[in-house]
Design a protein around this ligand. Structure first.
Ligand code: NAP
Length: 301
């Protein structure tokens, strides 16, 4: 029977891709929208066969009404404590009130379970929501996708296309980093939501590349030399991040404060997905590093 999936954060980057991936797979898709949601993005969803349902996170009754009849709820919300802890908890309470059996929280990051609490503010918020959902009877599944591959486009210390450098911390020149495209994350999440039952944690990566292997791939695409360099020891990087955080208290109210971005990079060099669940759904075509890089890097010749 056709499944009904409710997506929260449906007008966002990932949320809208998840909605489309679900619709492609024949699901009945409902987008939970707020009075503040962007009307153009809602119109885009509607044109693609997604049904918007309005609710406010402060109004449990309207949330429960929106959840009614859903087989699974996917949250692709993005935000700080108010969103990741408070709004997701309200949505979870509403889902349980309405008899929904499954919930996929807005994790979509590196698996924070083996990491030390306090090292990454945004992971700590997810951990807090995880404690809440794991105390309930509803079945939860987290999708851990490492970093979105998009970050390779934006001249970070990990890949600086302008200066042709690839940086790393510690002794990690051959340490594999997990990258997943948003398209692959959306397709995998849609497939996960459409199952009757899935494990608590699922790990995916479109590709896993080390700084050294990234250099080889980029050099073969561009025919140009990229310098792979050590930025600092990992413990120095951790101290630097703490200092940056202390010196920038206003960043506590920003989703992607500079020090938070550094925390993400630190986590990429301290944890990795030892085994992947990519093959759970055989029809997903996983992007290779070379194919993905070719979508935005000028190619030689
Ligand atoms: N692993 C990575 O490298 C990586 C990178 C970026 C993001 N992410 C994660 O991926 C997930 C989705 O991120 P995204 O970039 O797609 O986010 P996004 O484009 O910013 O969209 C998030 C959506 O959340 C909803 N929202 C925003 N503020 C809200 C509020 N105050 N209350 C309730 N809802 C609110 C909005 O949807 P509505 O208006 O439809 O309610 C918004 O469109 C998040 O968990 C994010 O942390 C991971």
């Amino acid at each position: 029977m056709k499944k009904t999936i409710l997506v929260a954060g449906a007008t966002g980057h990932l949320g809208s891709m998840i909605c489309l991936a679900l619709a492609e797979r024949g699901a009945a898709v409902k987008a939970l929208v707020r009075p503040e949601s962007d009307p153009e993005k809602i119109a885009f969803l509607t044109r693609n066969g997604i049904a918007p349902v309005s609710a406010q996170y402060s109004d449990l009754k309207s949330l429960a009404e929106a959840c009614r009849g859903a087989d699974c709820i996917i949250s692709a919300l993005a935000g700080l404590g108010e969103v990741i802890v408070e709004h997701q908890s309200a949505l979870l309470d509403a889902a349980i009130m309405s008899g929904v059996k499954r919930f996929i929280p807005s994790d979509f990051c590196t698996d924070y379970n083996p990491l030390v609490p306090g090292e990454n503010r945004n992971f700590d918020l997810r951990r807090k929501f995880k404690a809440y959902i794991d105390g309930k009877t509803i079945a939860a599944t987290s999708v851990f996708n490492g970093a979105f591959a998009d970050i390779l486009k934006y001249n970070t210390p990990i890949l600086d296309l302008k200066n042709k450098t690839i940086g790393y911390w510690g002794e990690q020149a051959d340490w594999k980093l997990d990258f997943t495209t948003m398209e692959n994350t959306a397709a995998f999440t849609a497939e996960t939501a459409l199952q009757e039952k899935t494990p608590r944690n699922l790990h995916i990566a479109s590709f896993q590349v080390s700084p050294n292997s990234l250099a080889q791939i980029i050099e073969s695409i561009t025919n140009e030399h990229f310098t792979v360099h050590k930025i600092s020891e990992l413990d120095q990087f951790a101290k630097f991040i703490w200092k940056q955080r202390e010196d920038n208290p206003s960043g506590e109210m920003e989703l992607y404060a500079k020090w938070q971005q550094a925390q993400y990079m630190y986590s990429m060099f301290t944890t990795q997905h030892p085994s992947l669940d990519n093959q759970t759904f055989k029809l997903i075509e996983w992007s290779s590093a070379a194919d993905y890089l070719r979508t935005f890097i000028n190619q030689a010749g």
